[in-house]
Design a protein around this ligand. Structure first.
Ligand SMILES: [Fe+2]
Ligand SMILES: [Fe+2]
Length: 440
C-alpha cells in the first residue's frame, strides 16, 4: 500500500516539477526519476500496476488507498476531470512516459482532450488509460441533479411545516413540532453526507417568504457550528429546532407594515418565548433561544436583563448564525456582504456582542472562503467554493467560467491544494447574475 501512496505523491511532485523547472534542472530530473522508481516498486510479480479512481477515491487495484497526503485528493480530481477511470502502468514504464503523463495531467480538461490519444501522440506505450464513458459522466451529472431536486423538495417541505408552526403561534395556539423535528433530522443527515449541497441551499432567499427562508438558513448554519463543536446527534437535533424557531415570535406581526415591523423587531423575542412556553416540552432551550438570541454576549442587545445574566449556549450559537445570515442576505447597509467579509465582520464582533469561542469555531467550520463564496482565480477563471480543505486559503472550487469568461458546460471541481492557481478576488454573485444554490 505504501508503494501506491508513494507513486501518487511522486506523480504529484512531478506534475509540479514539469511546470516549474526546465528539463535540465536537477529537481525536474529527480521528480521524474522518482515516478519511474515508484512505478517499478508498485509493479507486482506479474508485472504492471493499476490505479483506479472512483467517486473521489483512489484504488490500488481494488484496495482503497488511504493517506492524509493532499496529493491523493488532487490526483483523483485530476483523473476525474480528465475523465480517466484507470491508469495501467506497464513494467516498461520509463522516463519519457513519466514526463508525458505529468504533462498531460497538467493540461486543462476539455471535451476535445482525449488523454489516451494525447499520450499515444507523445509516444507513450507503457500507460493504458481507461476512460470514463460519456454515459457515466452523464449519469453522474444526472444523479447530482436528482439529488439537488430532492434537497429543494425537502427545503420547500420545511418551509411549509414552518409556515404551519407560525400560523399556530399567530393564532395563539400551541404549535406541533413533531414534523419539524423529523425534518431537522433529515437535513442534519444530508449535512453530514454533503455539506456543500446543504450550505448551498442556505444561500437561497425569497422575497415573499424571506422570514421563513431566513429561519431555515439560520438552522443550517447553526447545525454547521454544532457539528464543528462535536455535539452528539440528539443534541444537534434540539439545537436545530431552537434555531429554526428563533424568530417564531415575528409571526404575530404583519412585517409588511413598517410600524409593525419595528415593533416586531423589539418584541419578537418575548412573544416567541411565550408561544414556545405553551409547549409541553420539558427542555426549555427552544424558549430560551427565542428569548435570548438578540442578547449580546457583552450585555448589549435586547430584551433588558439583570446584570450578570448568562444566556444559554444555544442562544449564543444561534446569534452567530443569525448575524451571518443577515450579513450575507442584507448586510448592515441594505446591501449583502460577501461570505468572506461576513466572516471577517463576525471575527470583529467576537468577544463583544458575539461569543468569542463559538465565533472562532463557526469561522473555522465555514473557512475563510465559505462554501458558496464566488471567487476569481489567478488565471481569471471564476468558480464557487464547493468544499473546505485542510488549507483555509485553498478550498475546493467548482469552476463555472473559464479564463475568457465563457460558461463551462460541465463544471469540474478543482482542489486548490496542489493546483498552481490561487484565489485573487471574491466576486459578488449578483454582478454575474449567478444563483449560487444552483451550482452546489
Ligand atoms: Fe430575531
Ligand atoms: Fe433571525
Amino acid at each position: 500500500m505504501s508503494g501506491s501512496v508513494d507513486l501518487v505523491v511522486m506523480l504529484s511532485t512531478a506534475r509540479r516539477a514539469v511546470q516549474l523547472y526546465p528539463p535540465a534542472h536537477p529537481s525536474y530530473r529527480e521528480a521524474i526519476d522518482a515516478v519511474v522508481t515508484a512505478v517499478a516498486e508498485c509493479s507486482g510479480q506479474d508485472g504492471g500496476f493499476v490505479l483506479n479512481a472512483h467517486e473521489g477515491r483512489l484504488y490500488d487495484g481494488s484496495a482503497v488507498i488511504t493517506s492524509d497526503a493532499p496529493a491523493l485528493g488532487s490526483l483523483v480530481q485530476s483523473m476525474e476531470r480528465h475523465r480517466i477511470e484507470s491508469l495501467t502502468f506497464d513494467p516498461s514504464f520509463a522516463t519519457t512516459d513519466a514526463v508525458a503523463l505529468a504533462e498531460v495531467l497538467n493540461l486543462r480538461p476539455a471535451p476535445s482532450l482525449k488523454v489516451d490519444e494525447e499520450l499515444s501522440r507523445r509516444g507513450v506505450t507503457a500507460v493504458v488509460v481507461g476512460a470514463l464513458g460519456d454515459d457515466e459522466v452523464q449519469a453522474e451529472r444526472k444523479e447530482r441533479d436528482v439529488r439537488r431536486e430532492k434537497d429543494r423538495a425537502l427545503y420547500r417541505q420545511l418551509v411549509a411545516v414552518l409556515r404551519a408552526v407560525q400560523r399556530d403561534v399567530a393564532t395563539s395556539g400551541s404549535p406541533n413540532l413533531d414534523q419539524a423535528e423529523d425534518m431537522v433530522g433529515t437535513i442534519m443527515s444530508r449535512l453530514l453526507e454533503d455539506n456543500a449541497a446543504v450550505l448551498g441551499m442556505a444561500t437561497m432567499n425569497a422575497r415573499d417568504e424571506g422570514a421563513l427562508f431566513h429561519s431555515i438558513n439560520v438552522m443550517i448554519y447553526t447545525l454547521t457550528l454544532g457539528l464543528g463543536l462535536g455535539l452528539p446527534e440528539d443534541g444537534l437535533q434540539g439545537l436545530g429546532i431552537c434555531a429554526l424557531l428563533h424568530d417564531v415570535g415575528k409571526a404575530a406581526f404583519d412585517l409588511d407594515d413598517p410600524e409593525q415591523a419595528r415593533a416586531a423587531m423589539l418584541l419578537h423575542p418575548k412573544i416567541g418565548a411565550e408561544a414556545l412556553a405553551r409547549l409541553p416540552e420539558e427542555d426549555p432551550s427552544t424558549m430560551l433561544v427565542a428569548f435570548e438570541h438578540h442578547m449580546g454576549a457583552d450585555g448589549s442587545g435586547w430584551p433588558e436583563r439583570p446584570d450578570g445574566y448568562v444566556t444559554h449556549p444555544y442562544s449564543r450559537m444561534v446569534s452567530i448564525a443569525d448575524r451571518y445570515e443577515n450579513l450575507t442576505k442584507h448586510g448592515d447597509q441594505g446591501h449583502p456582504v460577501t461570505p468572506d467579509r461576513a466572516v471577517v465582520q463576525l471575527l470583529r464582533e467576537a468577544g463583544r456582542s458575539l461569543d468569542p469561542l463559538f465565533t472562532r469555531l463557526f469561522v473555522q467550520s465555514l473557512g475563510v472562503f465559505p462554501i458558496g463564496c464566488v471567487v476569481r482565480l489567478s488565471d481569471q477563471s471564476v468558480g464557487v467554493v464547493s468544499a473546505t480543505t485542510g488549507d483555509l486559503l485553498r478550498p475546493r472550487v467548482r469552476v463555472l467560467y473559464d479564463a475568457r469568461g465563457m460558461e463551462i458546460e460541465d463544471p469540474v471541481d478543482v482542489d486548490l491544494v496542489g493546483d498552481t492557481r490561487n484565489i485573487v478576488e471574491v466576486v459578488d454573485p449578483e454582478s454575474l447574475e449567478l444563483h449560487v444554490a444552483d451550482h452546489l
